[in-house]
Design a protein around this ligand. Structure first.
Ligand code: HEC
Length: 119
């Protein structure tokens, strides 16, 4: 029986290939996107929110940034990060962001500035 479990444990990771969503999530953190867009991709301060946005829109934006096309001074901040991304990584990242379904209670460190009431 113990042997059987041992075998199962070695095979399992091979069978369970990571889902695109999880790969995208890993990239989001390993590429440092969370540093500006927040741990729950809700945006922080002047950085736009990314979670729940349409995949096609996010892809379009990232590919434009990668081609060094931006439409504001703020784009200068984003371009260096887009330059590192391959098409595959953009696909994974935008899958993660558009299908976003993280448990909010895990995101206690979120930096939440949502405007100051218009002053
Ligand atoms: C240094 C801060 C910073 C980091 C790190 C960063 N971004 Fe951004 N991002 C920005 C800013 C600022 C904008 C807004 C640019 C503009 O308005 O032109 C932006 C815009 C975007 C947009 C377009 C959203 C919209 O509403 O227009 C996407 C998509 C995006 N970022 C994805 C990412 C991804 C994916 C990563 C990680 C690979 C990342 N960002 C890392 C600062 C950052």
């Amino acid at each position: 029986m113990q042997k059987f479990i041992m075998i199962l444990m070695t095979i399992m990771p091979l069978v369970a290939a990571p889902a695109p969503y999880d790969e995208g999530k890993k990239l989001y953190f390993s590429k440092g996107c969370n540093g500006c867009h927040g741990v729950s991709a809700a945006g922080t301060h002047e950085y736009p929110s990314l979670a729940y946005r349409r995949k096609t829109f996010l892809e379009y934006k990232l590919k434009n940034f990668r081609a060094k096309r931006g439409n504001s001074q703020q784009s200068e901040l984003m371009i260096p990060f887009a330059l590192q991304l391959t098409d595959k990584e953009i696909d994974l990242l935008t899958t993660f962001l558009s299908e976003f379904h993280e448990n909010k209670s895990n995101n206690k460190n979120e930096f939440t500035i949502r405007g100051d009431g218009g002053s």
